[in-house]
Design a protein around this ligand. Structure first.
Ligand SMILES: Nc1ncnc2c1ncn2[C@@H]1O[C@H](COP(=O)(O)OP(=O)(O)OP(=O)(O)O)[C@@H](O)[C@H]1O
Length: 264
């Protein structure tokens, strides 16, 4: 295997945000947030409630326009057409929006407008592949509205994966998801990373995906307070700037103890 040339320039980030500022309803929410994600890299976006994580990922995928700064995909400014190479799984979305549809139909909806897949056979193969990556191939013909929250979340991630995105942005994909779905998701994340995707994932705890995280970016009040290696210890409690003076409830503690975990 060829040795890496230490003098070689670092590869350009596939997704790059520079000094992004966003105001909502006239209120400044983000005050100059920057982030780089390279091919095969997973970046965890962390921070307390209301710190601006969802606002930032919505700006990253072009759902809201920054008042300042720029977002580039593969070196080019984000445009409506370049957004086709982005996969996005928003926070707290109900699969199929409460409308009855099979899991396969929900996943296939991720291919709408994709002109590269010429035959229904190609589309079906893509859907089957995305279902298998998320470990829900056996649920393909089930009504998505009758699945558990974790299974629905996996279907939504499969819908984002079906386009083979270069960049995948996930807003709290582990929220309210059972351990089996977390493990399936961690497996899929490793697979995508090996395939060269750049992934930005909003997390409160590194949890089951900890080993795949290459970089953590921490927001506080709309500003980046830390960018660097993920903390060795898991979770927000280990992050720089975390307030240890004021004990707070850990909503996941009950779940973890019921699973027999004794970690942080
Ligand atoms: N439409 C809006 N108009 C005005 N303020 C908003 C709007 N949407 C969000 N905000 C505010 O922006 C701030 C950041 O919200 P955001 O949802 O980005 O935080 P977050 O870090 O994702 O929080 P959480 O961890 O709770 O999901 C919050 O103070 C929120 O109240």
């Amino acid at each position: 295997m060829a040795a890496t040339d230490p003098a070689a320039p670092a590869a350009s980030p596939v997704l790059s945000a520079r000094d992004v500022r966003v105001s909502l309803g006239g209120t400044p929410i983000l005050h100059g947030v920057s982030l780089d994600a390279h091919r095969g890299e997973v970046v965890a976006l962390m921070g307390g409630n209301g710190s601006g994580k969802s606002t930032f990922v919505r700006a990253l995928v072009g759902a809201i326009a920054p008042t300042h700064g720029e977002i580039r995909l593969a070196g080019r400014l984000l445009t409506p057409s370049s957004r086709a190479s982005l996969g996005y799984v928003p926070q707290r979305l109900t699969a199929a929006g409460g409308v009855s549809a099979t899991v396969a139909e929900v996943v296939a909806s991720g291919l709408l407008g994709n002109r590269r897949l010429r035959t229904p056979r190609h589309s079906r193969a893509r859907v089957a592949e995305a279902l298998s990556t998320m470990g829900i191939g056996d649920l393909a013909h089930r009504d998505v509205t009758r699945l558990s929250g974790g299974q629905q979340q996996r279907a939504l991630i499969a819908r984002a994966l079906v386009r083979h995105p270069d960049v995948l942005v996930l807003d709290e994909p582990m929220a309210g998801v059972d351990l089996e779905s977390q493990v399936a998701f961690a497996h899929a994340l490793g697979h995508l990373k090996d395939g060269g995707a750049a992934i930005v994932i909003v997390l409160h705890e590194l949890g089951a995906v900890a080993r795949h995280i290459d970089q953590a970016v921490v927001l506080e009040h709309g500003c980046v307070t830390y960018t660097g290696a993920p903390p060795a210890d898991m979770g927000v409690h280990a992050l720089p700037g975390h307030d240890h003076e004021h004990p707070h409830a850990d909503p996941q503690a009950a779940d973890r103890s019921s699973l027999g975990w004794d970690g942080p």
